[in-house]
Ligand binder design. Sequence first.
Ligand code: HEM
Length: 503
Amino acid sequence: MLVSTAILIAFVIFLVALSFKNIREHFYSLLYIHNLPGPPANDILTGNLLYLYTTPDNVFKTLREWSKLYYPVYKTTCAHLGAANIVSPDDFETVLSTPIHMEKSFIYDMLHDWLGTGLLTSTGLKWQIRRKILTPAFHFSILQQFTAIFNEETEKLVKVFRQECDKPYINVTPHVTQFTLKTIAETAMGTKLQFTSHKEISYKKSIFEMGELLLYRLLRTWLIYKFLYLFTSRYYIERKVIKHLHSFTDSVIAEREKNFKEVVPPTENDDVYTGKKRLAMLDLLLTAKHKEGTIDDVGIREEVDTFMFEGHDTTSVALSFALMQIACHKDVQERIVEEMGEVLGDLKKKPTCNDLQEMRYLERAIKEVLRMYPSVHFISRKLGEDMVTRCGHTISKGSMVNLHIYDLHHNPEIYPDPEKFDPDRFLPENSQTRHPFAYLPFSAGARNCIGKKFAMLELKTAICGILANFVLEPIDSASTIVLVADIVLRTKEGIKVRFVPRA
Ligand code: HEM
């Protein structure tokens, strides 16, 4: 009796100490955040967040204005919550160059019901184990296999554009989204999506619905708290959508597992992946489950869902912006086609992974697209220790820090005339003296994008396939599109381009 009472008291003391520590940490975090410059608070309850309670395009505009007005750091506050927003390369470096700040902020919690704690949202040892299992999926020899899939899907995308090219323009966004969804499904899960069966159509619909639900929640910060979200009808819609998504991924995993044969992941010395059947990322996860026991069924689903989420939308918006910019800059379009001719000989030849790597001008053009329109326009961290910004402000341990990649990429001191589309900014002679943390479309440090080479190859394959078949002419341009705040950078009404069959 005495012993159990003592244990109980010790446990209560431990809990009190823990919450005291958390409350203290939270108190200091708020104190320092309130000292930062930033838009004045409306009142003590809503802080300065009411300025953002507007349409997604106005949210986007307001954030850009704040970053200019309060450069290089400003606060956003609401009730007992606060965040520091940073925009300068020095402060990006402080956060991203050390594993101390690798934990994601609570904004990512809203992904947990769908993605669990997969590679994007996990931290610590779990993240390390998962990253180790999945890294071989992006080895050069496997990317070579994936390039064959990119080529096959590009051919189908070109067919769709051919059917519609007699129209005055095509809104490219839905078509390229279907393209990237199909490529990531085949590379991640080994599943060819045709969108003909009810199950596949409903999966595609659910992925889009999930994107809308996440955006709704993101723009109503208070709903990031699950106990408040629970009181909205959207929570119950989200549960249904997630049930659909999970049941689809579960069935794909079960199917692949039935025919599972252990795979030997490629090593750094392998030139070509020698497995007989096409390898999917899922095979590496199944191997880790059966051989090393380092992942279970729930973990496998977390990763498959994470790749479906991270791998399609990011690349799809990048491809839409790329087609717009290529259409608007005839000189750039001609140089890309000229380079394709030099590398491929025949424009209609399907590029290999090596061909794509040789296309340096195309690479610079894509880099410039991702500078102007970084698909992931902001990321967010929870500080693992106190940080002092370059201009001397302290942000304390435990604080939420938002890193605005869009503003970093539009800083005129780093990129003169930032609204000008100029791929030559990325010529070695023009970029070697640039701050190492001035260009971060794929983030940096330990938690950088695992799929960045994959994305580059996919974008290059699609652009080559499209330009081999069409001359692109401008309809939308940087001055007609309206950018909106979303989880990825989007336009209000898609992107329109005119497709003229190439003679
Ligand atoms: C143009 C395309 C892409 C862009 C701009 C992009 C950008 C990013 C960025 C900025 C991050 C860091 C996120 C954060 O810190 O919160 C990230 C992480 C990640 N990306 Fe990408 N991404 C792209 C394509 C892809 C693709 C194709 C895949 C999968 C095949 C992918 C998978 C991931 C994963 C799993 C993470 C989490 C990595 C970790 O924390 O270890 N991404 N991406």
